[in-house]
Design a protein around this ligand. Structure first.
Ligand code: BGC
Length: 368
């Protein structure tokens, strides 16, 4: 819990820091370097649609920010790969052929895309890795503190098991896609909390992060372990938590075990309210997407000071060392802090969450 409290404080601090960046990075062409002005094209490549964040938050927030930083003269060219690494390689090549000014890339397969990143570099187009650390010669990286995401999930899961927590408690672990380096970090963070405290009775890597694949894996776990013997489920994100709930209900479970998540998807916030999911991880999409837009525009316009201010951290990928980076902190989302997180940040209106079905649950926690 202590680390969670610290990460809340860190979040507001970095919001303040980001705020300073916004004031400085006017985006006007006055302080643009010898490179480009406001009339720029920014390529944005996102990985999939099965989880709601990309189309609902990342893309629109990023687009609006690029437009406002360029006096409405800059353009975002957007492509979504729908979890197909081959399709993403084609989309990246198309952007290189069209000579966009900079590419912001959230890789479907961080390893396989390295060739494409090299091609962009050869064509003189900077690439900023977004959320997932793409391999190859990228210029910068922006993401959340992904190891912390896993730790927060792991700690919440232990908390959900309460005082009678025991090493014999059987936990099913539903991890993300093996082509996503974040999935490995979430797992490592979670395992650093769970190891020696519970028994991981079954663990899966989930192809393409697809909810239906998580559902099928959960059905397999239920068959192997028996629904009544599963004390808790570690789910790396909310979309998969939805699939896991379906599998448990299909097996006749009415009193669901605690299930974790991530992304603060609307359906997950409602499940948390209804007691069908224990927690999610709230990651501030505005902080990530707006900082990415600032990095991209500053890079193209040759505004090095603004670019450096956005990338004070350093990370290594399997191919590249000392990548300038920004890692945004995260916070656990439970019933207790719905108001202070997704409502306060205007991610959702109360009316989005408290539909007729959830009226009573909302009244219980005074959400109105
Ligand atoms: C992101 C998560 C998301 C998952 C599935 C990860 O790389 O960090 O927020 O749920 O991919 O798209």
């Amino acid at each position: 819990m202590r680390r969670i409290a610290i990460s809340v404080a860190a979040t507001s601090m970095s919001v303040m820091l980001a705020g300073c960046g916004v004031l400085n990075a006017t985006g006007s062409s006055d302080d643009a370097g010898p490179t480009k002005g406001d009339d720029i094209t920014v390529g944005l490549l996102l990985p999939e649609k099965a989880n709601t964040r990309y189309e609902q938050f990342d893309y629109p927030i990023f687009k609006t920010k690029v437009e406002s930083l360029t006096n409405e003269k800059g353009r975002v060219e957007y492509a979504n790969a729908e979890a197909d690494a081959g399709k993403q390689a084609t989309q990246l090549q198309q952007m290189i052929d069209e000579k966009v000014d900079v590419i912001v890339l959230d890789a479907v397969d961080a390893h396989a895309i390295a060739d494409g990143v090299q091609k962009a570099k050869d064509a003189g187009i900077p690439v900023i890795a977004y959320d997932r650390l793409a391999e190859g010669p990228i210029d910068a990286y922006i993401s959340f503190d992904n190891e912390l995401v896993g730790e927060v999930q792991g700690r919440s899961l232990l908390e959900s098991l309460g005082d009678d927590l025991s090493i014999t408690d059987k936990v099913v672990m539903m991890n993300g896609s093996p082509t996503d380096p974040n999935a490995k970090q979430f797992k490592a963070g979670a395992m650093s909390e769970l190891k020696g405290k519970v028994t991981i009775a079954k663990s899966f890597d989930t192809k393409d992060w697809k909810p239906e694949n998580a559902e099928a894996n959960m059905a397999e776990a239920i068959n192997a372990i028996g629904a009544a013997n599963i004390e808790a489920v570690y789910s790396a994100n909310d979309g998969m938590a939805g699939g896991i709930v379906k599998a448990l209900k299909a097996a006749g479970v009415t009193d669901l075990p605690p299930i974790t998540g991530q992304d603060a998807e609307l359906a997950a916030v409602q499940r948390i309210l209804a007691g069908e999911q224990y927690m999610s991880v709230y990651k501030s999409y505005p902080e990530e997407a707006e900082s990415a837009a600032e990095m991209a525009v500053a890079k193209v316009q040759g505004r090095d000071i603004q670019f450096d201010a956005q990338t004070r951290d350093r990370v290594d990928s399997p191919t590249t060392k000392d990548i300038p980076a920004q890692l945004v902190p995260v916070v656990a989302l439970t019933k207790e802090n719905i108001e202070g997180t997704v409502i306060a940040d205007k991610i959702y209106e109360v009316s989005d969450i408290c539909t007729a079905k959830y009226e009573a649950a909302c009244a219980e926690i005074n959400l109105k």
